[in-house]
Design a protein around this ligand. Structure first.
Ligand SMILES: [Zn+2]
Length: 253
């Protein structure tokens, strides 16, 4: 069978038997796919330092037959994003980014917008952008890309616009905001979202990806936004995300 070529960012790597590795990566033209690299633990030349989380690779592969894994023939390193492994805060956010892509995307569902967003997050972290801001923006935009864009400009129940003087929180089941009037009597614990945070997030939802690094979100607002995105994600996935435990240490630091 003929070999094909693609590029992809590695999301997850597992050892398989004595010598092989199972690699899940996200590619703009294949989506999320899992492949096997035979002999990867032995082959210095074809795979060393390449099949690791966060790396961007040019991949030569043979397509999967039916339900089998794609066969990774060779990989060429395009970018290793080394600083993500060396800096604790960048690493935690990068792991969150990978986990969110793993959880929210389906296998073999190509989406160049998700790939661009994923690549943007790695480049921004590598370039020293504030990790909590990168994590917030990535999380927000990924939810939009997979069809769960939260509505952040008005109360989803009475239509009241977000403006100073009103108080809003998230209604996880609908992904919309609820104002303090509509929320009255609800047993849900109330974590208010400031108007400043909501305005920022709503603006960031509409911005072109190339302009996202121009945004500046104060840490206090990034914390508030991440707590809100986490709460919404817990509801959508119906379970927690593993990397949240570590991320929480950055938020409360
Ligand atoms: Zn309302």
């Amino acid at each position: 069978m003929n070999s094909c070529r693609t590029h992809g960012l590695v999301l997850c790597v597992k050892d398989h038997g004595e010598a092989d590795k199972i690699v899940t990566f996200f590619s703009p033209d294949l989506g999320k796919v899992t492949g096997i690299a035979k002999g990867a633990k032995r082959s210095k030349q074809r795979f060393v330092n390449k099949l690791e989380e966060f790396t961007l690779l040019e991949i030569i592969y043979r397509p999967a037959r039916r339900d089998t894994l794609l066969f990774i023939v060779e990989a060429e390193l395009k970018d290793s994003f080394l600083s993500l492994r060396r800096d604790f805060r960048r690493y935690i956010v990068a792991m969150l980014v990978l986990e969110l892509v793993l959880r929210f995307t389906r296998e073999h569902d190509p989406d160049s917008a998700i790939f661009s967003l994923l690549h943007w997050a790695m480049v921004s972290l590598e370039n020293g952008e504030e990790p909590l801001q990168v994590g917030t923006l990535f999380h927000l935009r990924l939810l939009g890309a997979v069809g769960y864009q939260p509505e952040l400009d008005r109360c989803g129940f009475c239509g009241r616009n977000v403006s100073a003087g009103a108080s809003f929180t998230l209604h996880p089941a609908t992904g919309s905001l609820v104002c303090d009037t509509c929320r009255r009597g609800s047993a849900e614990p109330f974590a208010p979202l400031s108007v400043q945070t909501l305005k920022f997030l709503e603006y960031a939802q509409r911005l072109e990806l190339k302009n996202m690094d121009r945004l500046r979100l104060p840490k206090k607002n990034a914390r508030e936004a991440l707590l809100f995105l986490h709460r919404y994600t817990q509801h959508l996935l119906q379970h927690d995300i593993t990397s949240w435990q570590q991320l929480k240490t950055l938020i409360t630091a």
